[in-house]
Design a protein. Structure first.
Length: 277
């Protein structure tokens, strides 16, 4: 039985991933901040001292995109230094590392889907810090998989799908941004996609693990309400009309080389709540 150590195990992705990896026959070592702080090199080294595992999947991160704009140092400490510490210790122990990254490493100016080797140019502190994490992982552990995902949702965290459904309980009209497009991704598909990459003996490198096809936030909201039979008026608005502290890419669409099914199929499954994991 192969063993996966998963950081960020109490997060939105982590909680689902623990179940999915276990169901797929892995022994999972779930770790979060109370096991060790990824920014503390000594704690990281001590934790790994007598530890044996086949893969480390590094999902722990500072994920509050807007807060990162005013907490730059903390975002870099967790997303860059944390990744560096894990990359160094895994390299020392000859363990491959999977680092979960983001579409926010791109500036959104491309007219077609982003390929893994496309030029990065983050527009937010969060994007910069996650890119710095990618570079640290590349630098310190040659056995790396960098898996970029986008527009992530899952039942154990704050996410767009649940936010829309909750808002519909108190509002009769919702304004949703219609000039940003991307690939919604269910935590389940991210976990499956990562396992497929490592099990199929893919070469080390960068992969895009996100839902196939793309949509705008407005289109995504429309589909959520349609599938849930919720009657609500939604109005398409521009990013300018809906300012946020951190700049978001206009185009977040990533080419996933068929690593995941379509976002529509996944959304339907998520909303049916029939997933048995
Ligand atoms: N959510 C998205 O839309 C999205 C999109 C693209 C990529 N990603 C990436 O996907 C991964 C998973 O995202 P998620 O939404 O599941 O994140 P999440 O729910 O915020 O979970 C992150 C986990 O990391 C833990 N953590 C934070 N700082 C830590 C530290 N210093 N040491 C140890 N653990 C620490 C957090 O603990 P606390 O809660 O106690 O801080 C939390 O349990 C992240 O790498 C994220 O950057 C997410």
């Amino acid at each position: 039985m192969k063993t996966i150590l998963l950081t960020g195990a109490k997060g939105m992705f982590g909680q689902d991933a623990v179940k999915i990896f276990s169901k797929r026959g892995y022994k999972v070592i779930p770790v979060d901040i109370e096991d060790f702080n990824i920014t503390d090199e000594v704690s990281v080294t001590n934790y790994f001292k007598d530890l044996e595992c086949d893969f480390v999947i590094h999902a722990a991160a500072f994920t509050n995109v807007d807060l990162a704009e005013t907490e730059r140092e903390k975002a870099f400490l967790i997303n860059e230094k944390g990744a560096e510490n894990l990359a160094k210790i895994t390299a020392e122990k000859n363990i491959p590392i999977v680092y979960i990254s983001t579409d926010y490493v791109f500036d959104g100016g491309k007219d077609s889907a982003y390929l893994p080797d496309d030029k990065t140019n983050p527009q937010s502190v969060y994007g910069e810090s996650k890119l710095a994490g990618e570079l640290a992982v590349k630098k310190y552990n040659s056995k790396h998989f960098i898996t970029r995902t986008s527009w992530l949702y899952g039942k154990n965290g704050k996410n767009f799908v649940d936010t829309m459904i909750n808002l519909s309980k108190t509002q009769s009209v919702l304004k949703v941004v219609d000039d940003q497009k991307g690939c919604p991704t269910w935590t389940y598909d991210l976990a499956e996609g990562i396992l497929n990459i490592i099990e199929n003996k893919n070469p080390y490198g960068i992969y895009h693990v996100c839902g196939s096809n793309f949509i705008t936030w407005y289109g995504f909201a429309k589909k959520i309400f349609e599938l849930k039979n919720i009657n609500i008026e939604i109005l398409p608005v521009t990013t300018k009309e809906f300012p946020r502290p951190a700049k978001r890419p206009r185009n977040s669409v990533m080419e996933n080389n068929n690593l995941c099914r379509t976002w529509e199929e996944s959304l339907q499954k998520y909303l049916e709540n029939t997933a048995t994991f």
